[in-house]
Design a protein around this ligand. Sequence first.
Ligand SMILES: Cc1cc2nc3c(=O)[nH]c(=O)nc-3n(C[C@H](O)[C@H](O)[C@H](O)COP(=O)(O)OP(=O)(O)OC[C@H]3O[C@@H](n4cnc5c(N)ncnc54)[C@H](O)[C@@H]3O)c2cc1C
Length: 387
Amino acid sequence: MKPILVVGGGIAGLQAANILHQSGRDFILFEKGSALGGRVSSIRKDGFILDRGFQVLQTSYTEVQRSLDLSALQLSYFDSGAMVKDQVFYNPLRRPFDLFSSDILRLKDIFSLIKIWLKLQGNVPALDGKKHSTQELIESYSFSDRFKNEFLIPFFQGVFLQESLAQPASLFFYYLHQFLYGNAAIPANGMQAIPDQLASNLPVESIRVQQEITKLDAKSVTLFSGEKIEGEAVILAVDLPVAAKLLGLDVPATLASKTFYFYSNKSAPQPPLLRLISEENLLHFTCLTDVNPGLAPEEKALYSATSLRNSSKEEVKLALERHLSGVKLHFLEEFDLPHSLQVVDAYDSIKKAANGIVLAGDYLQFPSLQGALSSGREAAEDILGRS
Ligand SMILES: Cc1cc2nc3c(=O)[nH]c(=O)nc-3n(C[C@H](O)[C@H](O)[C@H](O)COP(=O)(O)OP(=O)(O)OC[C@H]3O[C@@H](n4cnc5c(N)ncnc54)[C@H](O)[C@@H]3O)c2cc1C
């Protein structure tokens, strides 16, 4: 039997390859880049480990629990909550009594949060086909301006990487459920450890990096060199813009973000929390070494900051130093990520144009490691189910 051809070595492609391999099926995975992992990758610089874009592993995701060996990743955990200016807002399910002493919350916020929590007791699919946006949903509750503008909106702008919060309200409920009941974590060696773990189970001879696919159909792929390879089936596990392009469709708009890294001399550790600032040029930042000291050389503190605008490193540094009064920051690196996430949609035109090619990728479900892992599993199981 010919091998199954997997195009794309991100989380979805690696997951598909793992499921095929576990079932004893031959496959060849083609990855355009020089490393595996796609949008999940880390670099090492001057003794620091920097993820290409601030990301966290949400441990409550079912497919994350099923597919990854979490203990081998040696996770460090964020506290469940966020800091708004100098106020901490903890997950009310973990610290319910803090609700009544918080400066950010008014009584009407507590009532609205209880109403939302009651809604979460039912089944919370990420996409239930409802057309309300997250912004509309938030406006439909009577939150105070302060809680809404300083916590709720910036927090979800950071999750969606979208200022308008146009993503569906069902996605808001789904993510909220994960945040309330799960934990946000980063692996000891940065997010790259996740694709590394998925790749470590695969035979090296089946992985071909620096091999860009330029054409494909349901049974073959053509490499940039012009070489054509035949297979039993083809799984297209690339990101949304590339999938659209390879299938001859218009490329949909995607959501961009920028992540900046700075370091300082280490000072007294603070609670490991995301800090929301909702300023013109910045959305949130965090001291990563408060979560995982191993990401920096000893005696150094590592900060990451995320922006949805075209901010400069000088602007971001000034804004951070204002918030971290007295801390002198040094610039390390910036990552400009024009395609970070995508707008949730049914992408019917892509599904129709696939014409026998099996699709995988987070855009088929929702933008996250859960969406990527689960889409990869479904693509592989679709093919395994045929034989
Ligand atoms: C800044 C940022 C923050 C995020 N935050 C989180 C978070 O906190 N939590 C979370 O769960 N998720 C987060 N995500 C989303 C998560 O990273 C993605 O959902 C997931 O990595 C998508 O995996 P994928 O395999 O579907 O796509 P990709 O990772 O895009 O993989 C596609 C692969 O296909 C390869 N490829 C493209 N074209 C070709 C070609 N022609 N031939 C061969 N190979 C090709 C690419 O090089 C790439 O390796 C974040 C993403 C970003 C960018």
